[in-house]
Ligand binder design. Structure first.
Ligand code: ZN
Length: 243
């Protein structure tokens, strides 16, 4: 799109539309990944308990708008529905504040930086091709940063899917599960997650207690609870029930 430009003013005229298209594409991609992560979390949490999942026909946005054939067990003990409430949850996660803010910021950062490149190119007498190459580099870097933030949202969506699935199983069996968090533990794991991992008993915690513990540990390190996990970019934690 940009390489077809013959003048610098043509190039800068195309920028606003380019940024709108870029943001829209990214939102679509991340939105799909969030939906997939939630569905995958929901199904894998059901699989752990050998619970069958029915994809309800009412699920408007579900690409799997049919009976699931992936999770049929010989002795089905229980069946839960992936329904409209789950579709709604996906929509809420996809359109949450953190993400919208991130996209707005991406747009304004790119707008500033790309315009700077054009101005510089005019001053330095660079070719259109070389300019577009420079612009592409900036776009790649900023998109990479955005995707790093989005990854946290996607992990969060997976955990929300798992939790929704567990909650439906709890309602069927009429007895609460105990939960724990699998915290990736390596040299880059922060103090908050280390402490969290240390303080969750091996037997797990009821969901309310786990949320409370996360809030108290998180807040003492200046982290906020997003969804049901203390999250920040590049932290991977998985919600799991203790068997
Ligand atoms: Zn951490």
């Amino acid at each position: 799109m940009l390489r077809a430009s013959t003048t610098f003013s043509e190039l800068s005229d195309k920028l606003p539309l380019l940024l709108i298209a870029l943001t829209k594409d990214l939102k679509t991609i991340v939105g799909e990944e969030i939906g997939d992560a939630y569905r995958h979390g929901f199904k894998s949490a059901a699989e752990e308990g050998k619970v069958n999942v029915t994809m309800k026909k009412g699920g408007v946005n579900s690409p799997e708008n049919k009976e699931s054939d992936k999770l049929v067990f010989k002795e089905a003990r229980m069946r839960i529905d992936f329904d409209q409430a789950d579709e709604d949850a996906i929509r809420v996660i996809s359109s949450n504040e953190v993400q919208n803010k991130t996209y707005t910021e991406l747009n304004s950062i790119l707008s500033t930086k790309l315009n700077q490149i054009i101005t510089q190119s005019i001053t330095e007498g660079r070719s259109i091709n070389a300019t577009v190459g420079e612009m592409q580099k900036v776009v790649n870097t900023e998109v990479y940063k955005l995707r790093r933030i989005a990854r946290t949202e996607i992990i969060n969506a997976g955990n929300e899917g798992r939790l929704a699935s567990y909650k439906k199983q709890e309602a069927r069996r009429k007895k609460p599960f105990k939960y724990t968090l699998i915290v990736t533990n390596n040299s880059r794991t922060c103090q908050a997650h280390r402490e969290l991992a240390r303080r969750i008993p091996a037997t797990g915690l009821l969901m309310d207690d786990l949320i409370q513990l996360q809030q108290s540990v998180g807040s003492s390190y200046g982290l906020t609870l997003r969804g049901n996990s203390v999250l920040h970019p590049n932290q991977r934690t998985t919600l799991i029930r203790v068997i």
